[in-house]
Design a protein around this ligand. Structure first.
Ligand code: NAP
Ligand code: FE
Length: 367
């Protein structure tokens, strides 16, 4: 047996965990940049709690609330200029994957001069501002990953900056912030978390620890399928989804994602389909593709979700996601050409060809 496991983020979970653990923030610096989206943190209580915690610690802060979904390179450079102008020495992220990923890039760029054209080339140094993350969606697991996924217009897709220095120091998990999530965002993000667990389990970079986390994550999410469909989620059930999405992040921190994410990025880039939804549309067909060569892996995954077949799994995703968008054969051809170049294609347990990717899009969208 030979493997490596690295996930250095302190995880603090529970109601009011930000205020109860404010001492952890005190060690991060004197002045924070709070990176967040335009609205939600102001109404879900996360911004208020964070301000209270920082004030009680006598720490200063500035707020950068300009992160939109699928953050752009422009947005992170703008945030970096704001961070430098204000002399902050640590970063707090409040929000879904978009503010969290933007915050990681800002933390990096605040310490290292990386020109825009070299941002996606990697090979970063070690300097980064310390980060504290508060996820307010239960989906991406970005609070425990070393990835910052940004819109890459030059490549017409989304590309990940990946470095061990991008792990946050601490993640605060409080399900109460999620009460205000809409049905769509709740479902799409839960499906993203499920996708991380499933893809991580079907990655050739998985190890025994990541598999254990992945199987636990999918078990927990599958128990919420009915509640997700009916959109009747208590705070406790939302906390379970948050726990599972953090597990999903811990999984992909080891295993990476696979073809589902590579293919989904085109659906987001060209069709503005939400990230989790894009993965969910593709997931069942990808499992059928893997099943042909690795039926035993699919069998265990179904057993953990208490499902009898992939057809049942596909039916649940269809019911959660509703009517699919239209994609033409020409579009799918372009998306396949782009997706096959993504690094995460190489993580698949069964590596697909470009023709396989096209066939997967065809099976999903039926053009
Ligand atoms: P998101 O883009 O961060 O947020 C989606 C929407 O939800 C926004 O309109 C946001 O509003 C709103 N929202 C957030 N929290 C809310 C709350 N508690 N109550 C009400 N509304 C709330 O969506 P996401 O799915 O969490 O993140 C997607 C991004 O994460 C993508 O860019 C994806 O590529 C990336 N991702 C990263 C990783 C990783 O490992 N780093 C893994 C998977 C995906 P506001 O804008 O007003 O806040
Ligand atoms: Fe994802």
């Amino acid at each position: 047996m030979k493997f490596q496991y690295y996930m250095p983020t302190l995880i603090l979970m529970g109601e009011n965990c930000v205020l109860e653990n404010r001492a952890v923030l005190a060690g991060l610096g004197k002045k924070a940049l709070i990176v967040t989206g335009r609205n939600s943190a102001k109404t879900n209580g996360s911004l208020e709690d964070m301000k209270k915690a920082l004030m009680a610690n006598e720490q200063e802060y500035e707020v950068f609330d300009k992160v939109v979904s699928n953050p752009t390179v422009d947005c992170v450079y703008e945030g970096t200029s704001f961070a430098k102008e204000n002399g902050v020495d640590f970063i707090v992220a409040l929000g879904g994957g978009s503010p969290m990923d933007a915050a990681k890039a800002i933390a990096l760029l605040s310490c290292q001069d990386i020109p825009r054209e070299k941002l996606f080339l990697g090979g970063f140094g070690d300097k980064v501002l310390p980060m504290a993350f508060v996820p307010t969606t239960a989906g991406t697991g970005s609070e425990v990953t070393q990835y910052s996924i940004l819109t890459n217009d030059a490549a017409k897709t989304k590309t990940s900056l990946a470095s061990p220095v991008l792990f946050p120091k601490v993640a605060f998990l409080d399900g109460k912030y999620m009460k205000s999530l809409s049905r769509n965002v709740t479902i799409n993000t839960a499906v993203d978390a499920l996708s991380h667990c499933v893809e991580g389990y079907l990655s050739n970079k998985a190890n025994g620890i990541s598999d254990a986390l992945a199987l636990e994550g999918m078990t927990v999410i599958a128990k919420q399928f009915d509640n997700l469909k009916a959109f009747t989620l208590s705070t406790d059930e939302r906390s379970k989804l948050l726990y599972a999405s953090t597990l999903g992040g811990m999984v992909i921190a080891q295993s990476g994602t696979t073809a589902v994410h590579s293919m989904g990025y085109s659906l987001t880039y060209f069709k503005s389909i939400d990230h989790g939804r894009a993965n969910g549309l593709l997931l069942a067909e990808f499992l059928k593709f893997i099943q042909k060569e690795k039926p035993e892996k699919i069998e265990l995954l179904l057993e953990k979700m208490r499902l009898s077949s992939l057809a049942e799994f596909a039916g649940i995703l269809d019911a959660l996601l509703g009517e699919k968008e239209a994609v033409t054969a020409e579009e799918a051809k372009l998306y396949s050409t782009i997706a096959i170049q993504a690094k995460n294609i190489g993580n698949c347990l069964v590596i697909p060809t470009e023709q396989d990717l096209f066939a997967l899009y065809k099976a999903v969208f039926g053009f």
